[in-house]
Design a protein around this ligand. Structure first.
Ligand code: MEV
Length: 357
């Protein structure tokens, strides 16, 4: 076989974070920042995974690989026990990547008598741990690679059936990485575009013909998603009807956003203005839930001074904010905003949301 490249995008939660935990709708879109896997054959029947961005270079030899293939796991959380002593597992994100490889290789190659030697090298433009779905992009690229190597993908360029399979395995990869993920990240990385997501239901692709230009600002302030989710829960325990009213409002924002993405015939400037309205309102509601942060308020102030709308994205408490860049704004004005953000110690990425999976 010939070398091939697989890529998958990161994700941005546009609306509905935190409310989604309580069964409300969230809207997420794919980023034009992607993870890329280059897969090349090797003659020695070994498998090597190289992730230069996070210092991983592991080699599974021809004794280890059949072992991985023959061990059945009932749940991704059991994977630690499978890693042979000969494999040096790094710490940090590299550890998660190696465990995911072991799990997905073992399951996808199980009971297949293919002796395929390969090297997979993954590079990513997505910052790790910033809430932009870097692990889901990696898991989609890895799952597609392993399915391709075992001849399980049918359609050139991955059609609907292939994507369903890739998404299922990528979700298992996410379970290795995050325990009990909602599934929104791997769905966005597989299908691309804009998705409406409600916990426990299949995600709905909004089939939007729109794409959004967005400035993502990483405040570089570390956050704990677990603590922030727990904080909202504690507030809701104290003030159930008040907090439920806020969560319902966030739900309505997601529904309005879905309608805007699906609208046809409206001019883009009108859509952008409505989108800016709901971005501002959604951020205000998240602020009242106590999940903003000084750094995120600074982002909001800097952009509001130029009539731009920003909101936190993901868990809040630091992490990233998004700012809608309207079509009419001059590139120089965006550069001024970027420089102001950088002088606060933040990093910015200009990106387009809603591209392919
Ligand atoms: C975190 O990216 C999004 C939250 O809604 C948590 C979750 O959905 O699991 C805050």
């Amino acid at each position: 076989w010939s070398p091939f490249v697989v890529s998958a995008p990161g994700k941005l939660i546009l609306f509905g974070e935190h409310a989604v935990v309580y069964g409300k709708a969230a809207i997420a879109g794919s980023l034009d920042m992607r993870a890329y896997a280059l897969v090349t054959p090797r003659a020695d029947n070994k498998a090597r995974m190289v992730l230069p961005d996070i210092d991983v270079d592991v080699l599974f030899d021809s004794h280890t690989l059949p072992l991985l293939q023959s061990t059945s796991l009932s749940h991704p959380s059991e994977v630690e026990a499978l890693v042979p002593d000969s494999i040096n597992i790094p710490e940090g994100p590299g550890r998660t990547a190696v465990l995911t490889f072991v799990y997905l290789y073992g399951c996808i190659f199980a009971e297949r008598d293919r002796n395929t030697g390969f090297t997979i090298c993954v590079r990513s433009l997505l910052p790790v741990g910033a809430g932009l779905g870097s692990s889901a992009a990696f898991n989609v690229a890895l799952s597609a690679t392993l399915l391709q190597l075992t001849g399980q993908l049918r359609e050139e360029g991955a059609g609907a059936g292939d994507r369903k399979l890739i998404n299922q395995w990528a979700f298992h990869g996410e379970q290795v990485a995050h325990g009990t993920p909602s599934g929104i990240d791997n769905s966005v990385a597989t299908y691309g575009g804009f998705l409406k997501y409600v916990k426990g239901e299949p995600s709905v692709n909004l089939e939007s013909s729109h794409a959004l230009r967005v400035l993502i600002t990483n405040t570089n302030v570390p956050k704990s998603t677990k603590a922030l989710v727990a904080g909202v829960r504690a507030l809701r325990d104290q003030h159930p009807s008040v907090v439920d009213g806020i969560l319902d409002s966030i739900h309505s924002i997601s529904i309005s956003a879905a309608a805007l993405f699906q609208s046809v015939g409206e001019d883009e400037a009108y859509l952008e203005r409505r989108m800016q309205d709901i971005i501002r309102i959604n951020h205000g509601l998240l602020f009242t839930l106590g999940v903003s942060h000084r750094s995120l308020e600074r982002v909001r102030e800097i952009t509001a001074a130029r009539d731009l709308a920003s909101k936190l994205t993901g868990a809040g408490g630091g992490g990233c904010a998004l700012t809608l860049i309207p079509g009419g704004i001059a590139g120089d004005d965006v550069e001024v905003v970027v420089r102001e953000m950088e002088s606060e110690g933040f990093c910015c990425y200009q990106t387009v949301v809603g591209g392919g999976g």
